[in-house]
Ligand binder design. Structure first.
Ligand SMILES: [Zn+2]
Length: 366
């Protein structure tokens, strides 16, 4: 048994308010706890979006009412309604307790809006997190170029959809000095851009999801939307580069836990919603890939789950998260993923039947 400062997942979607049949705050926190995740940050792409101080406070109230061991913080939209047209009231959102700003699920395409957001966030000492996928370059693509895409004639997403977005944001980071976090990096070129930016001394961080580290587009077994997400799975070279960035201590882990009702994931690659659940498999998957597969030390691996994610949070959230439980990893326990048994309300998961060689749980502080 290994005991660590509690693991923090800075990227989860609980569908509250909006789609309670997919996930509520209570079911999402139960899933996090079942997976050994001690604290989470929820994304603001709920319905309606979390773009007001009242919405931030109601997220925190819902978490308090759930009475879960896992702590919750809310991120807030950086633009009103997550529409990308004008900055949200960032000062009031920070005051209400937002962990950071993001329009996750959408890229803020307007350069002037993004620059205005980053200037104001910099003045507040807050981090801005970007869903780096430019829809103008994505052009309706649903998957990276791979055998499945060719067989089914699916529209392909070029890696430049990600790299164009990252390049633009790095340029704004350079002139504003705002802390910038790139969410769910999926391409080798994107990882390289972040690596160079850090070398240059820019205040930039990034995350990799368990699924982008374990899976790749060449392995997609068929027209099964449990392998469809945004950004899409990269190819083998992308995956190798993401693993290298985690191993070098450059990237943190984050799940992008994205629950969906079965009906919206049963229409194949072309028409289904993006995203998979991940809270109950994240620790076993990253252990398998990075510790067993890549030889990362458990301490360095844990740092990508606790110290690095804490670094992008507002000081007040970081202080509150100091009271989170510990994460305990049993590296002798085998675990066959069975989505039917998950605490999450959703089942959209590509890991069913896969065996992992560790289990994680929470332990309260004395
Ligand atoms: Zn996203």
């Amino acid at each position: 048994m290994l005991e660590f400062e509690g693991f923090v997942d800075v990227h989860v979607h609980f569908r509250d308010p909006g789609v309670p049949e997919a996930e509520t705050t209570a079911s999402g926190l139960a899933a996090a706890g079942a997976g050994g995740i001690a604290a989470v940050v929820v994304m603001p792409n709920t319905s309606p979006a979390i773009d007001s101080p009242e919405a931030v406070r109601s997220q925190l109230a819902a978490a308090a009412a759930a009475g879960s061991e896992t702590l919750l913080a809310a991120s807030a939209a950086m633009t009103r309604g997550r529409l990308g047209r004008e900055p949200a009231d960032l000062e009031a959102l920070a005051e209400a307790g937002a962990a950071f700003f993001t329009d996750d699920g959408s890229y803020v395409a307007d350069d002037r809006v993004m620059e205005a957001v980053m200037r104001r966030a910099a003045a507040l000492g807050m981090c801005v997190c970007q869903h780096a996928m430019d829809p103008a370059v994505q052009a309706g693509g649903v998957v990276r170029d791979c055998p499945l895409a060719r067989r089914l004639g699916l529209a392909v997403i070029p890696p430049e959809a990600e790299t164009a977005a990252i390049r633009r944001d790095l340029a704004i980071c350079r002139v504003t000095g705002c802390r910038l976090h790139i969410q769910h990096i999926s391409t080798a070129q994107g990882a390289e851009l972040v690596r160079d930016a850090v070398k240059e001394g820019l205040p930039v961080t990034a995350e990799a999801t368990p699924h982008h580290l374990l899976l790749c587009c060449e392995e997609i077994p068929g027209d099964d939307a449990n392998w469809k997400m945004a950004p899409p799975l990269g190819n083998r070279e992308d995956r190798a580069e993401l693993r290298r960035a985690v191993k070098d201590g450059l990237f943190m882990f984050a799940t992008d836990h994205a629950p969906h009702p079965a009906a919206t994931k049963s229409r194949g690659f072309a028409a289904s919603a993006n995203g998979i659940i991940g809270l109950e498999t994240a620790i076993p998957v990253t252990w398998e890939v990075m510790v067993r597969g890549e030889g990362m030390s458990p301490a360095a691996w844990a740092r990508a789950w606790n110290e690095l994610p804490l670094g992008i949070l507002s000081p007040s959230v970081r202080a509150r998260f100091a009271g989170r439980p510990l994460t305990v990893v049993d590296d002798g326990a085998a675990f066959v993923a069975d989505p039917e048994k998950f605490a999450s309300r959703s089942r959209n998961c590509p890991y069913g039947g896969m065996e992992f060689r560790c289990r994680a749980s929470l332990k309260g502080r004395q």
